[in-house]
Design a protein around this ligand. Sequence first.
Ligand code: NAD
Length: 259
Amino acid sequence: MGLLDGKRGVVLNIANDRSIAWHIANQAIKQGAQCAFGFLPLEKMERRVRKAMEEGGFGQAPLFPCDVSSDESIAAFAENVSKTYGTIDFVVHSLAFANKDYLQIGRFTETPRDVFKQALDISAYSLIALARTFAPMMPNGGSMICMSYLGAEKVIPGYNVMGVAKAALECATRYLAFELGEKNIRVNAISAGPIRTLSAMAVGGIDSVFEHVEKKSPLRRNIDAEEVGKTAVYLLSDLSSGQTGETLYVDSGFNVVGL
Ligand SMILES: NC(=O)c1ccc[n+]([C@@H]2O[C@H](COP(=O)([O-])OP(=O)(O)OC[C@H]3O[C@@H](n4cnc5c(N)ncnc54)[C@H](O)[C@@H]3O)[C@@H](O)[C@H]2O)c1
């Protein structure tokens, strides 16, 4: 008997088997969920993502293109999901993008307008767009989650414009939770500690962040993506039925330490 038996949802987006989305899907499927996946329509991406899904044992699951910077692409993705599942119970938003040239220590002040707009559009506005698109496909209520980082609240040198995007994402989580609550749709964020994924490695100075967490966090270690996956299962399941609009930390407790 799984915590997500009978539940179906969408997971966006896996890049490879290190992606947090992969680990969330892996844990959700183990708990009985059915997942449909998105992939960013770039060259060779579909093949890479399908291979990663096969490594997790969910290679047969539905997989459709979705570029969240395009309303048309989101609509086409939703159409594919609707044809496949009809209705769904959850949405996993695990994606972000910013030009890595500006994710370097000491370059925040130089952030150009177009880099700012793109980072906020893909990393934060997309949650609103996906919520608007998928809420009508959740007639029985459900759960939406997104992935944030401590850089939303505190300065993490090098995280720069992505920190601003995560602040917007966490705030959007609260506003969406407020509006969708009457449909019994809950919206929560997970603030994860650093994990070695493709996106994380684009952040300047990331190695020192891992070292710092290991030395200073209450658990004296970094987290692994499986731990995020397990918390995601909790948020997607009925175990968290009274929680919405929250940001939950999965970070070895690092966020509580002042010095
Ligand atoms: N890795 C970490 O240390 C860490 C910590 C906290 C939060 N997060 C967040 O977790 C989420 C997942 O990142 P990850 O670390 O698994 O890295 P990842 O590189 O594996 O995943 C990022 C995903 O975003 C997708 N993406 C980028 N632009 C897109 C677009 N226009 N449309 C659709 N998809 C797009 C990529 O294809 C990729 O699948 C992100 O929101 C990230 O900010 C990561």
